[in-house]
Ligand binder design. Structure first.
Ligand code: CAA
Length: 297
């Protein structure tokens, strides 16, 4: 998991000033691990409420870390003190690295990258996307510096999961790739794996068809949600079953990843099943809204 070196200066690269676009589940987790690694973090959202929700999420997660003795009260305070909030993307001018973690929507991501390209002034700044499934080339082409755009894909919950996927596009420069890898491993203390720039990368290409199969099993009345999840927890030693995991990821995000995979490969196993679509229509998005395949209220 992310190394909690709150008092030590960050190690590994020349990257010190990080910007995070989006303060949702992933953005707030990324901001937290960067702050815990000693970096200066600026987190941007569209409005003050979303920023406050992100900051509350970070505080709650740091409290959890404190309770399980992964960090001290002083380290918690230092980490919180390193995170500044803004609604103005123009404030990202001096950032060495920006990680975009907005909704899994190609148009929104493309707009964010076009804006970042206009405001980030450092000549060697890295512009990264935390996309789970949209090819990195798409946001890269919205900039005038695709050689400096790369996928840096974290896993949820970010402070707990050790993995990061590094996804260069066909245009990403070797230096960008090397610095991104050093940042993830030496600075954040995470494990990096590489993947080529095709929808889903390594993990979601394997995981999402499995999650969708579990939804289809439930939809057809083949087994209950409880039994499907217990099957994989007790039969295969997974930490959580597929429906509970879909609730953790967020059903809107699962649908968005399925859509990207389907668009790329046209495989029926990637098509989101009607039950998933209806749950997203109904706002039953999983843990973040209190109800998904399970009740989280
Ligand atoms: N923030 C910080 N710490 C957290 C946390 C959070 N949100 N959630 C859990 N933790 C910590 C706890 O403090 C606890 O630490 P200690 O063991 O040191 O006390 C540890 O994680 C375990 O937590 P719990 O005991 O509360 O609960 P658990 O044992 O059931 O574990 C879990 C919870 C870590 C989420 C575990 O169930 C798990 O690993 N689930 C699978 C998660 C997974 O597969 N994630 C990948 C999703 S796919 C993705 O993200 C990519 C994508 O693009 C969709």
């Amino acid at each position: 998991a992310g190394r909690a070196s709150a008092s030590a200066p960050s190690a590994g690269t020349d990257i010190r000033r990080v910007g995070v676009v989006g303060a949702g589940l992933m953005g707030s987790g990324i901001a937290e691990v960067c702050a815990r690694a000693g970096l200066d973090v600026l987190m941007c959202e569209t409005g003050p409420e979303a920023l406050k929700a992100g900051r509350d999420r970070i505080s709650a997660s740091l409290e959890r870390g404190l309770r399980s003795r992964k960090l001290t009260a002083a380290e918690r305070d230092a980490a919180l003190g390193r995170i500044r909030l803004t609604t103005e993307i123009a404030e990202f001018a001096d950032r060495d690295l920006v990680i975009e973690a907005v909704a899994e929507d190609e148009q929104i991501k493309t707009e964010v990258f076009a804006a970042l390209d206009n405001v980030v002034t450092r000549a060697d700044a890295i512009l990264a996307t935390n996309t789970s499934s949209i090819p990195v080339t798409k946001p890269a082409m919205a900039t005038r510096r695709p050689q400096q755009v790369i996928g840096i894909h974290f896993f949820n919950p970010v402070p707990v999961m050790p993995l990061v996927e590094i996804v260069p596009s066909l245009l990403t420069g070797d230096r960008t790739r090397g610095r991104a890898e050093a940042f993830v491993t030496a600075t954040l203390g995470k494990h990096a794996i590489g993947a080529q720039d095709r929808a889903g990368f390594v993990v979601n290409s394997l995981l999402v068809p499995y999650l969708l199969s579990a939804v289809r099993m439930l939809e057809s009345g083949y087994a209950t949600a409880e039994d499907i999840d217990n099957g994989m927890v007790l039969g295969c030693a997974h930490p959580m079953g597929p429906l509970r995991l879909a609730d953790l990821i967020g059903l809107d995000t699962v649908k968005a990843i399925a859509d990207s995979l389907y668009e790329e490969f046209k495989e029926p196993l990637h098509a989101p099943p009607p039950l998933l679509l209806r749950m997203v229509d109904a706002g039953l998005l999983g843990r973040k809204t209190g109800r998904g395949f399970h009740d989280h209220s």
